[in-house]
Design a binder for this molecule. Structure first.
Ligand code: ARG
Length: 506
């Protein structure tokens, strides 16, 4: 079961959790070691677990460690306490608990939070999860009145509430990073509306585009990602609290009070659904996966463009590393790593979908497995965006190399065809004429604009001496002068619209 079974350094591995000190520190233990040589049961010390009343034997120590989530869900501590304070306040407002008791409970909860934030809290595996650790410490501090907090509530609605409060905050943080990144891209695009680079299809030179236009394509991708997250946030921000274990509670609670205190914009309408579904987390992870797919595509471009073969851009040295053997190397580690990390986020999406697909209503312990994938997804995305928000707006194009590359691939061939069409040639015929001209250019080793008028005219008498203004890169760019086109003047307008559009997220 665990290759590490000879490692007995954690005293709790050798003792039944009930018989051991319940304050065993697990703050650094994410996956407790599973020691099969440890005694599995004890006949003494029953009743220490919060739900121990109906049990006739103690939990197997391995099972206690295996089923505990406190190693990771302690990350919710602040949100758990925030939820408990709102719940207690509501119980008072609805005359379910006495005002004095609630005041004592809230003071106690603040103290628990202070201890956690100061790193002085002893997390215990025996107490299973963040919820019971907090409640148990509350009762240590305030005495028996602490035991009233769980009135009209279950860990099932409690954990669903914690995840949503936490994810709402993380989503806001991610949206803020996205806005920072997009606003940096707008600045970059604005500086390069008339910087010319080859546009590609099939990674073959296709038509000249403005580098600013390319950057604005990235902006658009990220803009939709932001919209997706803003939209997902509305469904994250619904309150399950009050659903209790699965069916609601017999106490006369008022869920609008807790919803308002916790800033939820809506209340989950069905208690069975509220405690069980994690679709809001799956939706977040889907949006995160699409976003990571976009960051990965951008990474791929940066990596290609930094190669000696392209030599289109520089990224600041702080995003690169060298090679231990090849002194000349400057490797684009950050974009490479982000490209790799996209795979990881896609994997977490599959984990969450698979976790949910076979669960009957309502809460099942399977759902405890929702946390680590979600944490990893949030951390990976946040890290990738932090790197990108600083790196991407600071790339420097090598204008001369980009221009030279554009000159190489007959990028203005379509412009010549369009010119012929305007002079009365049908497009399919024009396509043929230009194909012949390109073949001659390849044979002579020159660009279309370097062929003489006589050379061009042998393919079509619709070609006049004004043709050369259409064969220049600047002419080609400027001609695509409509909404969404690459003309520098259009890119300028796209940047200014982008600034306005971004304001709704700020
Ligand atoms: N640690 C549990 C989770 O993450 C909390 C809810 C436990 N509820 C229960 N009935 N065992 O899902």
């Amino acid at each position: 079961m665990n290759a590490n079974s000879s490692n007995n350094s954690n005293p709790e591995q050798n003792n039944n959790p009930r018989a051991s000190d319940s304050s065993t520190d697990v703050s650094t233990t994410n996956s407790p070691s599973h020691d099969r040589s440890a005694p599995t049961t004890t006949s003494s010390g029953q009743g220490q677990q919060m739900w121990g009343g109906r049990f006739s034997e103690a939990t197997d120590s391995f099972v206690a460690a295996f089923t505990a989530s406190v190693g990771f869900d302690q990350r919710f501590a602040r949100h758990d306490i925030q939820g408990s304070i709102a719940h207690a306040t509501m119980l008072k407002e609805c005359d379910i608990l006495e005002a004095d008791d609630v005041a004592t409970i809230i003071d106690g909860l603040h103290q628990v939070l202070r201890e956690i934030e100061a790193g002085e809290f002893n997390w215990s595996i025996a107490l299973e999860d963040v919820h019971m650790n907090v409640e148990s410490r509350l009762t240590d501090i305030v005495g028996a009145v602490g035991k009233k907090l769980h009135t009209g509530r279950s860990r099932n609605d409690q954990v669903a509430t914690d995840i949503r409060l936490w994810l709402r905050e993380e989503t806001d943080n991610i949206i803020a990073l996205l806005v920072r990144l997009q606003s940096g891209l707008l600045d970059l695009a604005e500086q390069h509306t008339d910087t010319i680079m080859p546009g590609f299809t099939h990674l073959q030179t296709a038509q000249p585009v403005s580098f600013g236009h390319h950057v604005m394509a990235w902006f658009e991708m990220l803009y939709r990602d932001t919209e997706r997250l803003v939209d997902a946030r509305r469904r994250i921000n619904q309150m399950p609290l009050g659903s209790a274990a699965l069916a609601g509670t017999t106490f006369p609670i008022d869920r609008t009070i807790t919803a308002e205190l916790l800033g939820f914009e809506g209340i989950c309408q069905n208690s069975l659904d509220a405690v069980s579904d994690r679709d809001f987390a799956i939706e977040f992870t889907s949006a995160a996966s699409i976003l990571m797919m976009h960051l990965s595509r951008m990474s791929e471009e940066i990596i290609l463009w930094m190669s000696a073969q392209f030599n289109f851009v520089q990224i600041p040295d702080r995003f690169c590393t060298g090679s231990s053997i090849m002194p000349q190397k400057k490797n684009p580690d950050v974009p490479e790593l982000v490209r790799g990390k996209a795979a990881r986020v896609f994997g977490q999406l599959m984990t969450l979908l698979s976790l949910m697909k076979s669960q009957p209503l309502a809460y099942n312990k399977d759902n405890q497995e929702d946390k680590e994938p979600l944490f990893d997804c949030v951390d990976t995305l946040t890290g990738s965006l932090l790197a990108f928000a600083d790196m991407l707006p600071n790339i420097t194009p090598n204008k001369e190399n980009m221009r030279a590359a554009t000159m190489k691939g007959y990028a203005t061939a379509t412009d010549l065809a369009d010119y012929l069409v305007r002079n009365g040639v049908a497009f399919r015929d024009a396509h043929e004429v230009v194909g012949n001209a390109v073949a001659l250019g390849i044979k002579e080793g020159v660009d279309l604009s370097d062929l003489s008028l006589a050379q061009l005219q042998q393919f079509s008498d619709a070609i006049g001496d004004d043709v050369f203004e259409y064969l220049t890169l600047e002419g080609s760019l400027a001609a695509r002068d409509h909404l969404g086109g690459t003309a520098p003047n259009q890119v300028k307008q796209a940047v200014s619209r982008g600034r306005t559009r971004l304001e709704i997220f700020a």
